[in-house]
Design a protein around this ligand. Structure first.
Ligand SMILES: *[C@@H]1O[C@H](CO)[C@@H](O)[C@H](O)[C@H]1NC(C)=O
Ligand SMILES: *[C@@H]1O[C@H](CO)[C@@H](O)[C@H](O)[C@H]1NC(C)=O
Ligand SMILES: *[C@@H]1O[C@H](CO)[C@@H](O)[C@H](O)[C@H]1NC(C)=O
Length: 366
């Protein structure tokens, strides 16, 4: 028992392949816009590497991230994992070898996901338009779109999304992600925000549906009325699909304000689902079934409610978010357990590659 617990805990350490990362074209210097609140892995392939960062916001000198940032974990010899980065962590991240030679420099703009502008083509919603930067210069604010992600479903109507980052371009200059351009300048413009666009898609199935993880330990609090389900290996940077009793949950349904019993969390691209009804919920990543949840009504105990934390924050004023309520303390423990079990399940999947086509678990953001 203890051994298996220990195994579980040691596996809970970050493993690079499970996290979203990206390739650095010339391997030395990378400029990249990403979204806040979504875990990202920055690779640096060197033994005894040292990391330094420089945050644009505080104009401080170079510092060692180990001592100052609690959400950054160094994964020996392979890189750093930044969990739930905040927009204030926009800046330069240097990896040096033990002799102090720079191996790679990342210039990362963590754009504020709470301002994400979501549009659906099927609903005729339009992305943001170009706008002139009101700084006296000739800068244009525009959205730099990433490629469309894969369709989130096969063999039936699905949806695919693409992320768009805020960029600023001056004539004859290379465009820059907005906050790498602005530095610590404060500019009040509602155009300065990242985007997500969704459209319908259809692809035939080519893969066999293989093993997945079944969670039967989730409970919906009767008092609070909901549970949060997290899809293993899900990310805003990957195609994720949820099904409730075999019915796909779509952004189209959510964005057109239908009355919903389950809500895709916008700030992580639907990696998490908030459910209000018992049922069978399945999640797919890259069209592959990852997990099945069967949340049941919670048998409430007389227990004080936990403080609200660890839950994606929501913007007021958007109708599908009306049902947001705090998560029960007991539920959080269950969620944590679920995460550990999920990780174990994923490991089992990885270490026992089934027959048939398997993709690399390391999915790159292009
Ligand atoms: C990392 O370095 C090792 C040894 O130097 C090399 O074999 C491996 O291919 C490198 N991996 C990547 C992703 O560059
Ligand atoms: C670091 O410096 C030592 C001694 O100057 C040298 O032998 C070694 O090859 C260097 N290592 C790297 C990775 O540059
Ligand atoms: C917006 O600006 C970008 C960058 O200058 C440009 O590539 C794009 O064509 C512009 N879009 C429109 C609709 O003008």
């Amino acid at each position: 028992m203890l051994t298996s617990l220990w195994l579980l805990l040691s596996f809970a350490a970050p493993l690079p392949g499970f996290y979203v990362s990206f390739s650095c074209p010339n391997r030395k210097q990378c400029q990249k816009a990403l979204l806040s609140d979504n875990d990202i892995f920055l690779p640096c392939n060197s033994s005894e590497s040292r990391w330094y960062f420089f945050l644009l916001q505080d104009e401080a000198s170079w510092s060692n991230p180990l001592s100052s940032a609690t959400n950054i974990e160094v994964v020996a010899d392979s890189g750093i994992l930044i969990r739930s980065p905040s927009p204030s962590q926009t800046g330069f991240y240097h990896c040096r070898d033990k002799n102090g030679t720079q191996l790679v420099q990342y210039e990362i703009d963590f754009q504020d996901v709470s301002t994400l502008h979501i549009t659906h083509k099927g609903l005729g919603q339009k992305p943001l338009q170009n706008e002139t930067l009101s700084l006296g210069g000739k800068g244009i604010i525009f959205t730099h779109w990433e490629p469309w992600q894969d369709c989130n479903r096969c063999g039936g109507p699905g949806e695919r999304k693409r992320l768009g980052y805020c960029y600023i371009e001056e004539p004859q200059e290379t465009p820059l992600p907005c906050w790498l351009y602005l530095g610590n300048m404060k500019v009040g413009s509602s155009r300065l925000r990242p985007e997500m666009q969704v459209e319908a898609c259809y692809v035939p199935c080519t893969m066999l549906m293989l093993d997945y993880i079944a969670f039967d330990n989730f409970e919906i609090s009767e008092e609070l009325g909901s549970a949060w389900l997290t899809c293993p290996l899900g990310s805003i940077y990957r195609p994720v699909l949820w099904e409730a009793d075999n019915m796909p949950l779509t952004w189209q349904g959510q964005l057109s304000n239908q009355d919903l019993d389950a809500i895709l969390e916008p700030s992580n691209g639907g990696m998490q689902l908030q459910v209000y009804q018992p049922g069978i919920y399945k999640c797919f990543v890259q069209q592959e079934l990852m997990a099945r949840f069967s949340p049941k009504p919670f048998r409430d105990r007389a227990e004080t409610l936990g403080e609200e934390e660890g839950r994606p924050h929501r913007e007021a004023g958007e109708t599908w978010k009306g049902k947001a309520r705090p998560v029960h303390k007991g539920l959080k423990v269950v969620l944590l357990l679920g995460t550990v079990l999920g990780l174990l399940g994923v490991l089992l999947k990885t270490f026992h590659p089934p027959r048939g086509k398997r993709r690399d678990q390391m999915l790159l953001v292009k």
